[in-house]
Design a protein. Structure first.
Length: 154
């Protein structure tokens, strides 16, 4: 029994030493590049499929796009548009548009931010989508549907 303990101890000591050295090397690589990137930006980099170094730029771009979108929302009438969504990697705000004749009105009102806007043809307005979603939700409640995901596309 004592021999087994000594044998395990002999195997464990080099393993711990190797593990510590690997951690030190990894920490040195992280600290040389940027420790914040290694810890904070890794998950976003994987989500967006970009290198860690690009994440701060994309986060700054996201702030700009959110600000532009907040200015854009009051201009969008639910009868002509199907809502917006932000595409960070493209650096654009996609505006789902049912009535293409209204696009120029929005462009004229958002002249400073036109480069960030992308108008996409849509089949349903935001009002129609909300109505359809609410009707679907009511039906789901009437039939006691559980474990169901309801999604509507413009």
């Amino acid at each position: 029994m004592k021999n087994i303990y000594i044998y395990l101890k002999t195997l464990l000591i080099p393993f711990v030493f190797i593990q510590q050295n690997c951690s030190i090397v990894n920490a040195q690589i992280c600290s040389k590049t940027d420790p914040i990137n290694c810890l904070q930006f890794g998950p976003l980099a994987r989500l967006w499929n970009v290198p860690n170094e690009e994440v701060p730029k994309l986060l700054d771009l996201e702030k700009i796009l959110i600000s532009i979108d907040s200015k854009l929302q009051p201009l969008l009438n639910g009868s002509y548009f199907g809502g917006t969504y932000i595409d960070i990697k493209a650096g654009k705000i996609n505006v789902n548009t049912v009535d293409q004749s209204k696009v120029n009105e929005i462009r004229n009102k958002m002249k400073n931010d036109q480069a960030f806007l992308n108008f996409i043809a849509a089949n349903n307005t935001l009002s129609q989508l909300n109505s359809t979603f609410n009707q679907t939700f009511i039906l789901a409640q009437q039939f006691n549907i559980t474990n169901c995901i309801i999604s509507i596309e413009p």
